[in-house]
Ligand binder design. Structure first.
Ligand SMILES: [Zn+2]
Length: 257
């Protein structure tokens, strides 16, 4: 295995994912909300960064870019429709590109919804979802629509079950508490909760996750299920008979939880 993934904890609950080619000690940095944690890691490990990828414009994902660029002068990939500091390669859904230094090809996925222009990066079976999909949850609507975010999650669901999900926040435990309120009879939720408590107790990340696992307990990937539609209908007082409406009111429920 020549590719290694390292989550750098940043701010209160962000992860900056670093993709490392261990053969030639190069790396790609995803969503650097802070620069210092990246520089310290790269210098300690003697790794040369070759690109920065941004999923969306929020400060906790991009505020470290300018400082990193001053030091390293490397290309910055990001969504074409959002303001990303030092952006050199604007991207939209279905674009693809290669980063030859690290020997990886990336496909860009339109994951709009959390923000209007949010994108995700797929390389091999690794998907970097930013703030679109979390373990046991999904991003809030900060500029995009429920329809967009629902559609983005449906696109993710088309990927193989063994797709590894690298998200940008450690929100898993609080997301699982909500999942349990929505689906109290789903034993997968408690099982994952026990595992995550154990990991967090050892100060380890609960991430990455896999799409196959997420499909078993993440309510936002399960909005086509009758039991979830019933729970959402009961909470919202709405008549829910399709996945998109179920998602819309489930998202509102989580906002109020
Ligand atoms: Zn965000």
């Amino acid at each position: 295995m020549t590719i290694n993934l390292k989550p750098l904890p940043s701010l209160s609950d962000n992860y900056i994912w670093v993709i490392i080619n261990t053969i030639n000690s190069t790396a790609v940095i995803i969503d650097p909300g802070t620069a210092t944690v990246c520089v310290n890691f790269l210098e300690q490990q003697n790794i040369k960064p070759v690109a920065i990828l941004a999923t969306h414009c929020h400060w906790d994902h991009v505020d470290g870019i300018e400082q990193l660029i001053k030091k390293y002068d490397i290309p910055v990939y990001g969504p074409a429709t959002e303001f990303i500091p030092c952006l050199t390669t604007p991207l939209t859904g279905n674009d693809s590109f290669s980063i030859p230094e690290i020997k990886l090809d990336f496909q860009v996925m339109d994951l709009s919804g959390h923000t209007a222009g949010h994108i995700g990066y797929l390389t091999g079976n690794m998907l970097f979802t930013g703030d679109t999909l979390f373990s046991a949850g999904c991003g809030r609507l900060f500029g995009g629509t429920a329809k967009q975010l629902h559609a983005a999650l449906q696109r993710i669901k088309q990927l193989p079950a063994d797709t590894t999900i690298y998200c940008a926040h450690e929100y898993t435990l609080e997301n699982l508490r909500f999942a349990q309120a929505v689906e109290p009879d789903n034993p997968e939720i408690q099982r994952w909760m026990d595992e995550v408590k154990d990991l967090r107790g050892k100060n380890l990340p609960s991430l990455p996750s896999t799409l196959g696992n997420e499909m078993r307990y993440n309510p936002f990937l399960r909005t086509d299920r009758v039991n979830i539609m019933k729970a959402v209908a009961q909470y919202s007082g709405q008549n829910i008979d399709n996945s998109e409406d179920c998602f819309r009111y489930l998202r509102l429920w989580k906002d109020e939880f």
